[in-house]
Design a protein around this ligand. Structure first.
Ligand SMILES: [Zn+2]
Length: 88
C-alpha cells in the first residue's frame, strides 16, 4: 500500500487526540485494559490499535519537515507535512 498524504490539519487533530488520551490516562491513573481508544485512522476512520510515527529523514533540497505515520490494523501508511505556522 502506498503512503497517503494527509493535511497538516488532520495531523494536528490526530496529535491532539493522542495527547488528550494520554492526559486522560495520567489524570485518571488508568491501567492498561481501561485505556480510552486511540483516535480513529485519519484516512479511513477505522478503529486503531497502534499508531507508529516517526520523523521523515530529511531529503536533500526539501526544506519541509514531515512525519511518517503507520496505522494498525487497517494498515494505512500516512505522511504529514508539519505546518510550521501551527502552534505545537
Ligand atoms: Zn486506515
Amino acid at each position: 500500500m502506498s503512503r497517503t498524504e494527509i493535511t497538516p490539519g488532520q495531523f494536528t487533530a490526530l496529535r491532539r487526540g493522542l495527547q488528550e488520551r494520554e492526559a486522560e490516562i495520567i489524570e485518571r491513573m488508568l491501567q492498561q485494559p481501561d485505556y480510552p481508544p486511540l483516535p480513529p485512522c485519519p484516512e479511513c476512520g477505522a478503529e486503531v490499535e497502534q499508531i507508529d510515527s516517526m520523523v521523515e529523514p530529511p531529503s536533500f533540497g526539501l526544506p519541509e519537515q514531515a512525519f511518517l505515520i503507520n496505522v494498525k490494523p487497517c494498515g494505512h501508511r500516512l505522511r504529514a507535512v508539519v505546518d510550521l505556522d501551527e502552534p505545537t
